[in-house]
Design a protein around this ligand. Structure first.
Ligand SMILES: [Zn+2]
Length: 165
C-alpha cells in the first residue's frame, strides 16, 4: 500500500523508534509541525493507547518548543479524524500550528442553535456510553464506584451553567 505519510522522509524535526515529527509541507503558519506514528494507523481509534500517549507527549513537547523558540503566543493541536472531519490522508497525523494574536488564521466555528432536548440527549448518550471508561485499566474498582455519580452530576450542571449566554 502506498501512503505518503509512511513514505515521508523530508524536513524531519524529531524521530524515535515509533514517532516522527516533520515540518508541514502545506503549513498554516511558519513552524507548523506534523506529528505521527511511523506505523500506519488510518484513524486514532486504531492506535494503541500507550503509543497514542507517546504521540501526545511528543506533540506537547514540540508545542512548548514552538512557544519558547519561535515566540508563538498559542498553538492549535489538531487531529482531523475521519473524512467528515477533513482528514484527507489515510494515516493519522497531529497538527501543531503556532498562533499569534490577530494572525488571520480562521479556525473558529459558529455555535449552532441546538434545542435543549438535542443537547441533553447527546449528553446523556455520551455519559451512559462512557461511564465505564477506566474500569478495564484501573484495578481498584471501588474508586470508580465512589466517584462516578457526583462527577457525572457536576459535569452535567457545569455544562448547563456554561450555556447561559
Ligand atoms: Zn501510512
Amino acid at each position: 500500500m502506498s501512503c505518503p505519510i509512511c513514505e515521508h522522509k523530508e524536513n524531519i524535526i524529531f524521530e524515535d523508534n515509533t514517532i516522527l515529527a516533520y515540518a508541514a509541507e502545506k503549513p498554516a503558519a511558519a513552524g507548523h509541525i506534523i506529528v505521527t506514528t511511523k506505523q500506519h494507523y488510518p484513524i486514532i481509534e486504531k492506535i494503541p493507547d500507550e503509543l497514542f500517549g507517546n504521540v501526545f507527549n511528543i506533540a506537547n513537547t514540540l508545542s512548548t518548543t514552538v512557544f519558547e523558540k519561535l515566540g508563538a503566543q498559542g498553538t492549535n493541536i489538531i487531529i482531523q479524524n475521519g473524512v467528515a472531519a477533513g482528514q484527507h490522508l489515510p494515516h493519522t497525523i497531529v497538527h501543531i500550528i503556532p498562533r499569534r494574536e490577530n494572525d488571520g488564521l480562521q479556525l473558529q466555528w459558529q455555535p449552532q442553535q441546538l434545542s435543549e432536548d438535542d443537547m441533553s440527549t447527546a449528553e446523556l448518550q455520551l455519559q451512559e456510553a462512557t461511564k465505564n471508561i477506566g474500569v478495564v485499566t484501573k484495578e481498584k474498582k471501588e474508586v470508580i464506584d465512589v466517584k462516578e455519580p457526583e462527577e457525572v452530576k457536576d459535569n452535567y450542571q457545569t455544562k448547563h451553567l456554561r450555556r447561559i449566554p
